[in-house]
Design a protein around this ligand. Sequence first.
Ligand code: T4K
Length: 382
Amino acid sequence: MVDSFDEPIFVTRPLLPDLHLVNERMREIWDCKWVTNNGLQHKELQEKLMDYLVTDHLSLFTNGTMALLLGVKSLHLTGEVITTPFTFPATLQALDWNGLTPVFCDIEPDTLTIDVSKIEALITEKTSAILGVHVFGNPCNVLRIQEIADKHGLKVIYDGAHAFGAEINGKPVGSYGDMTMFSFHATKLFNTVEGGALVFKDKSLVAKLDLLKNFGIANQEEVVLSGLNAKMNEIQAAIGLETLKLMDEERKKRHEVKKEYEKQLANVPGVRLLTHLENKASSYQYLVIEIDESSFGQTRDWLHECLQHHNILTRKYFYPLCSDFTWYNHLVSAHPRNLPQAQKTVKEVLAMPFYGDLELASVVRICNIIKKYQASISGVAL
Ligand code: T4K
């Protein structure tokens, strides 16, 4: 089959601000010779993000993983945390590095988020929290999760790495639960190259997180706890400040790209789009399809391989399931029979190329290639 792209079409491309504007900020940083440790760019970004995300408490970090790891630490969790196996390894690693045991809960078939109907059966006297992931920007069932947490006295943390700027029930995504982490990695809608943030309810955590991300140093005379170095630097913050200005435009462009995918893939047997949300409800972070082998005629892995030959570099996020990692697969909750939906989803989901600068004509070409493959399997001539 012909019609390959000359250049690779990646799953995403970083949103990069005008280099002249970044250079102006670099000049400010160079002039004052303050390059990290809570400088002016950091302070400005913190304020602007508090406005953008509509929150009273926000702490910046060097990346999303460190934000989640130290956020979990700040809540003094113990024992077991109920979470999802269908996520990026960092979600689980934040628990590991706090000495916490994950208890894997299956996921819902439509949103791919933690299945709230299965959480309560997993609660034991050791459970201290529920860690949900708004995977691909699909929101968890936050209201039910809060009800369960209130009933059992549990903390609620969200990995919102994919949910920047989204709303749930008309309220900012970070307003739910005790704490939400956002990732500002280069592959994210809003990025600071590497970076991340926590938003949270409890005001006392501001000072605690400042200590945790700065070696526990309270002042030049006192080190009051065992922290780490997880500070966002001035160059990251400066890039973030310029990138933040591009959000509205980027979201509009991604909206158009998403519409084109929806139009093109609407009637392809066995292909279902899993990113349903739009406008303020959507983070426009990923565009994910599900391949149903019985009606498509071939597996997700087969399509993934075919698309690679056309220089279309789709990704099998989040394969393998975290519960299958060698250091978890002995856990009862990690057993495949306890996670039937996650085991199914992880074989069916494919992240498609999705970013604002992806031309609509390229989306049409990508979808035509998928349609041609599907037709060739089912023996239909296109
Ligand atoms: N929780 C969840 C649910 C997450 O998804 C993540 C991160 C985290 C927590 C942790 O947050 P951070 O600590 O990362 O802030 C990427 C990202 O590195 C990772 O941030 C992200 N999730 C994950 C879903 O995607 P990889 O291994 O897929 O990245 P990579 O290098 O293969 O990049 C993907 C594609 O992006 C490339 O094929 C091309 C394009 N790309 C990438 C980079 C880095 C570019 O065009 N330019 C670039 O500079 O993990």
